[in-house]
Structures are given as structure tokens and as C-alpha cells.
Design a protein around this ligand. Structure first.
Ligand code: MTE
Ligand code: MO
Length: 472
């Protein structure tokens, strides 16, 4: 619409209140929805997460919006266009973080440089697949410049004569593409809960450092077998290197055991698609490793190099971070040399709705809808999620929801759960404390307290999650 002014993302992001006007972006348009928001049928809690940015990922969640009537309303509220120069953020020269992509303002930012942000809990469980724009982001380093990222990577090491350069386009022609649905979870998910028990070092994640996507790629096991790398190899580890580097030009690097990389049932992918689209820059464009059943740290983004090796990666991320210790050891006294690098993770769950601390409207309520997610490592599926409103004296069983058809021990994605908790008159008068716990297919379940699992890095917190709500 050339008759209307152009606005930059930052300008739109400043319009989030009634005083300034409430603006949103849809495709190339900027819209003022201040008047409309009051009548929004979904209530203003959900729409408020979309303001100041693009509404598109929310419309993926709430497909009710995708009709002609809504587009007509929106078009009548158009006030401008997204500035055509707004493809990338512009930073001062010399800034290592000069090539960061645009991010959706609904993400809950933990740190800007490097960029770390979680998916808001309220929308995390609104759909089985997390929209790409709202998928949590965990970056240790600056994002590499997009124009430098190409379709190729190197593979080298034991059993290979020389370094081989491969392009994804070639591999796509040679090997059958494979699709899997996995949840990616950071080992630091829910660290803030462990921090409350006793302070730990690290980003203070709530329960939103996990998201789920359908990934398409080629199986790493196909490639390795084709190159003649088998279980009999002298090598024991596969090292992955990213294109992102620190100030000494050292790349992000970690490794996984060869056994996992070669296992066709483990379905380790060199992925090139996320939820049917090109992988976004924040999530590893153009190629990222997906290792089902293990913590996020091993799933290298912006893949540049694969090394077949006798030893694990000697990087900081393999040798120092991402290890757990005896609860009585602190950052100074823990022995990182002795501890094993975290790979698979224990059974986990979270309560996402209602939000912790909410004050809810009474409205003759007979029950309260409680929603969350549960998942476990190593391919274990969720057998059951139990919910308690009396501190664990009695438990109700939640309804489970999944979109995967799982084989035994190959559940790589989360299970969403929901329960209508019956409300008694007594409960309406005081604070309601809600807790839950998940049990996986090996009958592992979550601990009530984290005293026994506390570790100096604050990893793998999985004690019973707790929230409290009140009625007005
Ligand atoms: N890969 C590279 N190259 N650089 C990184 O910083 N972070 C890892 C992993 N892969 C990281 C990486 C960590 S710790 C996690 S939890 C996941 O990516 C997060 O993936 P996401 O940002 O796509 O959610
Ligand atoms: Mo992570």
C-alpha cells in the first residue's frame, strides 16, 4: 500500500499500550488494533502476546482466525507497511552480534547477547508443534552471518582417507529424506526452580526451554554406513562443529557416542527442514543435527564439520558445562574431568496453564482446567501424568495427548496433558496449590524435592512442578 507510511520493527514494538496505540504486523502490513482489542473474542490475555510484533505465528495456533471476515476487519485497521529495509537488524560495525535475525517479541528473553529466550508457557501447550517463530532459542555465541552459511559441510577423521566435502543437495538426492517429530529441551530447563533451593550458576530458565517440531533431513546412520564407518571402527565418538565461533574463533562443538550416531532406530538427522519450512537462522539454518532423546546441547546448529574420533570433543561444552555432580559439590569443588557429559535426560513435566500466581475470575466455576507437558529422555514415552491439589496426598490422572505414533522406546516428542480439576466451595476461598508428576514407560517418575538431584550447574531439574492460583 504505497499510500501508507513505512514503519520499522522497533517502531511497531513501541506500540503496545492504549496510550501509544497497539500495533501488530501481518505479512507486509502494520495495523493499529487498539479499538479492536477490546472486543477480541478470545479475551485480551492471548492477543496481548502478539502485540508489537507479527500475529502470524499466533494464527497458526488459533486457526479460527484464518477466514475472510477476519482479514477484512484487519485490512480496515491498516495504518502502514513494514519498512522494506527491515530484513535484518542493523548494528554498529565491529559488534560480534551484527548478524542476529529478527525475533518475535512474544519470546521471553533471558539474555540478548548471546540470544536466549523461552516460549511463554501460556502458548507452549496451545499446539503440539511449536510455531518456528515461537520455538525457544538457546545460543551460546553470536549467530553466524546468513550469507556465509552454505549448503555444505566437511566430514573427516578415523576411517576416512581425507576430509570429504558434502553438500546437502547431493545428500538429498542420494539418501531417502526422513521425517521425525522431536522435542528439543535444554538441560537447563526449569533451572530457576533449582536455584530457589540453593543458588546455581546459569541462565534462569523457567519451564519454557523446550519446544517441539517436525524435522526433515537425512539419517546420519545412512551417511556413515555409506562411508564405511561401522561399529567395528576404532572411533567411538562423532564430533559436530557449528559455524558459530567465539572471540578466539573457536566454534561451538560437542560430540555423541558413535553407537547412537550409527543406530538407524535412533534416527539422528542432519536436518534441513523444521515444521515444513527452511530451518530459521536462530535454529541452525541451513543444516542442523537432531539427536532424538538427548539434551539440546548435543544438537548442533549451523553444522559445518563432522569428525569421526577416538575421543569426545574437547570443547568446553563437552568437558565442563553440561555435567552433573554430587549435590554437596560446588562450582569450585566439582571434578569436571571425572563426571560424564550429560546425554539422555530424565522424566520431566511442567504446568503451563493457568499461569503461576494467577488470580482467576469465579464465574460459577465447577472446575479448573490445568494444562502442561511431559517428556522423557532416551525414547521413553509418558505413561501417566498425575495431578494433586493437596500436596501429594491424593492424585488425579490427567488426559494425555500426542500426535506421534510411537514404537516401543522411540518416543522423541513430548506428551501434552490436561485435567479439569473439580473445585469445591472450600477451595474457592483460599489459595490452590497445584502439583504434578509424570511417569515414563520405564516407570521412572519425578522426585518430590530436588535436594537429592541439586547440582552446581543447575541441570536437569525435574522435581514436582508447583503453581499456586487464587480466585477473586
Ligand atoms: N549449536 C550451535 N552451533 N551453537 C549453540 O549455541 N546451543 C545448543 C544446541 N545447539 C547451540 C547449538 C543448546 S545448549 C541447545 S539447548 C539447543 O541448541 C537449542 O536449540 P534451539 O535454539 O533451536 O531451541
Ligand atoms: Mo542447552
Amino acid at each position: 500500500r504505497p499510500d501508507l507510511p513505512n514503519y520499522k520493527y522497533d517502531e511497531v514494538a513501541e506500540h503496545t499500550s492504549e496510550e501509544t496505540g497497539i500495533w501488530v504486523i501481518f505479512k507486509e502490513g502494520v495495523y493499529d488494533i487498539t479499538k479492536f482489542i477490546k472486543q477480541h473474542p478470545g479475551g485480551d490475555e492471548k492477543i496481548s502476546m502478539a502485540i508489537g510484533g507479527s500475529v502470524e505465528p499466533f494464527w497458526d495456533l488459533y486457526s479460527i482466525h484464518l477466514n475472510k471476515h477476519v482479514f477484512e476487519i484487519l485490512e480496515s485497521l491498516r495504518i502502514g507497511n513494514v519498512h522494506p529495509e527491515e530484513e535484518m537488524q542493523v548494528f554498529k560495525s565491529g559488534d560480534h552480534y551484527a548478524h542476529e535475525p529478527k525475533r518475535h517479541p512474544a519470546l521471553k528473553v533471558n539474555s540478548q547477547k548471546p540470544f536466549n529466550a523461552e516460549t511463554p508457557l501460556q502458548i507452549l501447550v496451545e499446539s503440539f508443534y511449536t510455531p518456528n517463530e515461537l520455538f525457544f532459542v538457546r545460543n551460546h555465541l553470536p549467530v553466524p552471518k546468513k550469507s556465509k552459511l552454505e549448503d555444505d559441510f566437511q566430514i573427516t577423521g578415523i576411517g576416512l582417507d581425507s576430509s570429504i566435502s558434502l553438500t546437502m543437495s547431493e545428500l538429498k538426492m542420494k539418501y531417502k529424506p526422513h521425517e521425525i517429530t522431536t522435542s528439543v529441551m535444554c538441560a537447563g530447563n526449569r533451572r530457576s526452580a533449582m536455584h530457589e533451593t540453593k543458588p546455581v550458576k546459569g541462565l534462569q530458565w523457567s519451564a519454557g526451554a523446550v519446544s517441539t517440531a517436525k524435522w526433515k533431513g537425512i539419517k546420519l546412520s545412512d551417511l556413515l554406513k555409506d562411508l564405511g564407518i561401522t561399529e567395528d571402527s576404532k572411533a567411538c565418538h562423532i564430533i559436530f562443529q557449528g559455524a558459530d565461533t567465539d572471540i578466539e574463533s573457536k566454534p561451538y562443538e560437542v560430540s555423541i557416542p558413535l553407537e547412537i550416531a550409527l543406530d538407524p532406530n535412533r534416527e539422528v538427522l542432519l536436518a534441513f527442514e523444521m515444521n515444513g519450512k527452511e530451518i530459521p537462522l536462530d535454529h541452525g539454518y541451513p543444516i542442523r543435527v537432531i539427536v532424538p532423546g538427548v539434551i539440546g546441547a548435543r544438537q548442533v546448529k549451523w553444522l559445518k564439520k563432522i569428525i569421526v574420533s577416538e575421543k569426545e570433543s574437547d570443547s568446553l561444552w563437552q568437558q565442563k558445562d553440561y555435567k552433573t555432580f554430587n549435590p554437596s559439590l560446588n562450582i569450585e569443588t566439582c571434578d569436571t574431568g571425572k563426571a560424564m557429559a550429560v546425554l539422555e535426560f530424565p522424566v520431566q513435566s511442567a504446568i503451563c496453564q493457568p499461569a503461576n500466581g494467577s488470580v482467576l475470575k469465579l464465574e460459577n466455576k465447577k472446575s479448573l482446567e490445568v494444562k502442561g507437558y511431559a517428556l522423557s529422555g532416551a525414547g521413553k514415552k509418558i505413561l501417566r501424568v498425575d495431578v494433586s491439589v493437596d500436596g501429594g496426598q491424593s492424585w488425579m490422572e490427567a488426559d494425555l495427548y500426542t500426535e506421534t505414533k510411537t514404537q516401543m522406546n522411540r518416543e522423541w516428542a513430548w506428551t501434552l496433558w490436561k485435567l479439569d480439576v473439580p473445585l469445591s466451595d472450600d477451595m474457592l476461598r483460599k489459595q490452590i496449590d497445584i502439583t504434578c508428576k509424570a511417569t515414563d514407560s520405564a516407570h521412572n517418575t519425578q522426585p518430590e524435592s530436588d535436594l537429592g538431584i541439586w547440582n552446581a550447574r543447575g541441570l536437569l531439574e525435574n522435581k514436582w512442578p508447583k503453581i499456586s492460583v487464587k480466585f477473586e
